[in-house]
Ligand binder design. Structure first.
Ligand SMILES: *Cc1c(COP(=O)(O)O)cnc(C)c1O
Length: 557
């Protein structure tokens, strides 16, 4: 058994451009990377024969600095791989622009509470003998231009498959977590007599976004320049698009199992890629990782074994209500103290606190709640509220950066009335602090652009009440007034974007003013009931153990 799991037996290889293992390994930017981390953590818990491949990104994504006006500056986030992992002696090469680029790997061993391990290979081109330019290929996550990105994807896809082979792993499935690793099919075709049916049998592809720009596309000129005008180029034309290389198409065309990350996302994906059949496996989060210390203690006492059997959270009613409330108060105190130190505010422990933290980008509509300040002020008169924000905007997302500045402006405008905090440098640790420390978790994506979303699942694991637009996972998770509250109409309601936004704003302000605030301040027992329901109905189901059971039975076996 240990040979299969820890050794070099037959394995499922999981490829991801970003992986969120821990705060101090900053090779993730958002939900995609966190999901990859949770996938690895759950696979280890379950003892799955799993191995993961990514890039070392030793300059990280970036460290975010915000000035007093909310202007973002990015700094490299250098970290030292040798603090966490071991450099392997194996070396492979990938031919990029007519040069052999050497690739080596760092081995990180994720060990779960059950003492099972999952190896993670971090590919690295910063090797003597490579040109200066090639040494930088694995420096920065989502850095550089199209050329840089394609080189990274060649190293990840082609280099990754070669490295697994070089290390002696025998791989039964290659799971592409998004299209960044789709070039792995080129190497698999080579290893399998150029037989597409054999490669399809080996491949699983998961798409993660309905956003057009989230699907990597490269011009044929660039592909020809970096890959060469050879048989590979002909294969890419055949499977990845006649006019340009679309990495999603490439993955779709050479995988027997393809899925979206929520039921609604499956429908949207089938509309985006007509003629392709998608499955759906709704995302989940790794329960143990995303439960704060105060709730861990409670669950350990009342639901022993919950960490590796999160289904046990269905029995949350065996925990006395006052203990649920006390655990929440402790988590909230930690957050509020942190906010007050970091932002020089004097937020209060007893004020209804609303959280919003994620990648800051247009479709997430981070400023939606400020759309009508008059109504927001009226909400605040019904019962005091305070707001906690965090999130990075991609360095080239000018609009995203402007949203952060806008939030700072609103905070200034509301001074003396509604306290608004923006915490710098969002990462996994800060995420846990916020999703466990607020009372309400707000999510306002523009429909249907949120493929799944996972932060609301983390909030629910800590008894935090979801308040969200009906998109992604929340369509499946929301039972109105029972597991939380919806914002705006059901997904099937067909209205203009302007009408939908008006309905969303009505719900946003009205439900806060007339339903949530009265419950929170005047009917605490009902509020604690919502908290219980979040754990009993949401956390019980929307966890990565359930998700991995599905991947095993539907995609891997
Ligand atoms: C969970 C998490 C995300 C995903 O958040 P969504 O709101 O689901 O997009 C992004 N970044 C970090 C650091 C996270 O922990």
């Amino acid at each position: 058994m240990s040979n299969v799991i820890g050794g070099k037996g037959r394995k499922i290889a999981y490829f991801s451009m970003e992986i969120g293992l821990k705060k101090d390994i900053p090779t993730y930017s958002g939900g995609l990377g966190i999901l990859a981390g949770d996938t690895i953590r759950a696979s280890a818990d379950l003892g799955l024969p799993f191995i993961s491949v990514t890039l070392i990104n030793n300059r990280g994504y970036f460290r975010q600095e915000l000035d007093s006006a909310g202007r973002q500056t990015e700094h490299p986030q250098e970290w030292s791989p040798s603090d966490f992992m071991q450099l392997l002696s194996a070396e492979v090469t990938v031919r990029i622009q007519n040069k052999n680029v050497k690739v080596r790997a760092w081995l990180y061993e994720h060990r779960s509470l059950t003492q099972e391990t999952v190896p993670v290979l971090f590919l690295d081109t910063d090797i003597e003998g490579n040109s200066l330019e090639d040494r930088q290929i694995t420096y920065s996550l989502y850095g550089g231009d199209r050329r840089y990105r394609l080189k990274q994807e060649m190293v990840l896809g082609i280099g990754g498959v070669r490295m697994l082979k070089e290390l002696g792993y025998s791989i039964t499935k290659y799971h592409m977590n998004e299209g960044h690793s789709s070039l792995l099919v080129l190497e698999l075709l080579r290893q399998n007599d150029i037989s597409p049916s054999k490669v399809k049998e080996l491949c699983v592809f998961t798409t993660h976004t309905p956003i057009e720009s989230g699907h990597d596309v490269f011009s044929h000129d660039l592909v020809m320049e970096l890959i060469g005008q050879n048989s590979d180029f002909e294969i890419l034309k055949k499977y990845g698009g006649e006019n340009q290389l679309n990495m999603t198409l490439l993955g779709l065309n050479l995988s027997n199992y393809v899925n979206g990350v929520a039921k609604r996302h499956r429908q949207i994906s089938e509309q985006m890629f007509p003629g392709y059949k998608f499955n759906s496996i709704t995302n989940g989060v790794h329960s143990y990782t995303w439960v704060c210390s105060h709730f861990r203690k409670l669950y350990d006492t009342y639901l022993p074994g919950w960490a590796n059997e999160p289904e046990l959270l269905v029995r949350v009613r065996s925990i006395p209500d006052n203990e649920i409330w006390d655990a929440h108060r402790l988590a909230k105190k930690e957050l509020i103290d942190h906010v007050n130190i970091e932002c020089g505010l004097d937020m209060e422990y007893d004020t209804l606190t609303i959280g919003f933290a994620r990648r800051i980008t247009e479709y997430k509509r981070p400023t939606l709640i400020f759309s009508d300040l008059k109504r927001l002020r009226k909400v605040n008169e019904a019962g005091k509220i305070q707001l906690v924000f965090a999130g990075k905007a991609h360095p080239r997302d000018i609009q995203g950066k402007q949203f952060i500045e806008k939030i700072f402006e609103y905070a200034e405008e509301l001074k003396g009335e509604i306290k608004v905090a923006y915490l710098e440098n969002y990462d996994m640790d800060l995420s846990l602090k916020i999703v466990s420390g607020v009372d309400v978790w707000l999510n306002t994506p523009k429909k249907p652009l949120e493929a799944s979303g996972t932060s609301g699942m983390k909030a629910a694991h800590n008894g935090v009440v979801n308040f969200s637009v009906l998109d992604g996972w929340w369509i499946e998770g929301c039972v109105e007034g029972v597991t939380g509250y919806s914002i705006g109409p059901k997904p099937e309601v067909d209205k203009s974007p302007e009408q939908i936004e008006m309905m969303e704003l009505d719900d946003l302000y009205n439900k806060l003013e007339y339903i949530m605030i009265p419950k929170y301040y005047n009917r605490k027992d009902e509020w604690v009931n919502l908290m219980n329901n979040s754990i009993e109905i949401i956390a019980y189901y929307f966890n990565s153990h359930r998700m991995m059971h599905r991947y095993v039975t539907e995609a891997y076996l």
